[in-house]
Design a protein around this ligand. Structure first.
Ligand SMILES: [Zn+2]
Ligand SMILES: [Zn+2]
Length: 295
């Protein structure tokens, strides 16, 4: 049997959209298809993943492990150049970040920062997307808590700041859309959220690059509070989080962690137009989430 073709970028000549065609990904296993076997992310199964590129250890062993994705969307030796890694967030077989202790979640954000710095040191890498899918409705194929990192040789549209003064800087001051605040961070509902109850975590100061920050513990505390409020409001929804941080080179940027509960499918109108319909105004979402924050 011949190897599937390596991944490649294709730009649609009609729409200008970039697509990654990666036939080898068709073989990736899914817990929910029943082709699980022993979990490859659990301790003792390290041989089931490619050798780690990064890890945080303590006296008990690894706490966070980063490994190349065995079914990559981009590869350093392929026409679709780039790096696709998995961040295994904890040794325990749990699914939701709220099942992690705060110090463990802080380790995950430290790993994000270290891997961002590592990939941006590569001269061809222009943007790095780190994201997390929790629940089948959010695109997760594995249960064990993990995030993905895709380092790209171009800047995708979602990572381009709009021209003009920073539109993120004023967000924490809009008290009607504020969910919670901590010393250096705010959780806010954006003015035009695509999804009901979408929350962005933003630094209150204008910080372009996530990897240059030092708020791991504070971020873990705030993310955990917001996720617990979402769990209480929406009964443990499937969700994605997406870290959007400055590409290189960058004129200006303000990083954010977007947390998007996935209770409704993206439908034909959104696919056709790129325009999302959201039935919960952001000020109402913020008020509901504030009500559900843990004490
Ligand atoms: Zn596991
Ligand atoms: Zn700003």
């Amino acid at each position: 049997m011949s190897e599937p073709a390596p991944p490649e970028f294709r730009v649609c000549p009609v729409t200008g959209r970039t697509v990654i065609v990666a036939p080898a990904r068709a073989a990736r296993p899914h817990d929910d298809r029943g082709d699980a076997g022993p979990c490859p992310f659990c301790p003792g199964q390290e041989h089931e993943t490619p050798p780690e590129t990064y890890a945080i250890h303590d006296a008990n062993g690894w706490r966070v492990r980063v490994v190349p994705n065995r079914y990559p969307a981009v590869r350093p030796d392929a026409p679709a150049f780039g790096y696709h890694e998995l961040v295994v967030e904890c040794p325990d077989h749990v699914e939701r970040p709220t099942d992690l202790r705060e110090d463990q979640l802080a380790n995950v954000f430290r790993a994000y920062r270290d891997r961002l710095a590592h990939h941006f040191a590569h001269p061809r890498i222009e943007a790095v997307s780190i994201f997390k899918n929790v629940g089948v409705a959010a695109g997760a194929s594995r249960e064990h808590a993990h995030s993905q990192l895709v380092a790209l040789p171009f800047v995708p549209p979602g990572f381009v700041a709009r021209p003009g003064p920073c539109a993120v800087c004023p967000m924490p001051a809009g008290s009607d859309k504020l969910v919670a605040r901590s010393a250096n961070l705010a959780a806010v509902c954006p003015a035009a959220p695509r999804f009901a109850n979408e929350v962005w975590i933003v630094p209150t100061a204008h910080e372009p690059r996530f990897e240059a920050t030092d708020h791991d513990v504070e971020l873990a505390q705030l993310v955990r509070r917001v996720l617990l409020a979402m769990d209480a409001l929406l009964d443990r929804p499937a969700f994605n989080w997406m870290l959007v941080t400055a590409p290189r080179p960058v004129a200006d940027f303000h990083w954010r962690l977007e947390i998007v509960p996935r209770r409704s499918a993206v439908a034909g109108f959104e696919w056709a137009t790129g325009v999302f319909i959201n039935d919960v105004p952001p000020d109402r979402a913020a008020a509901r989430l504030r009500d559900k924050l843990p004490a």
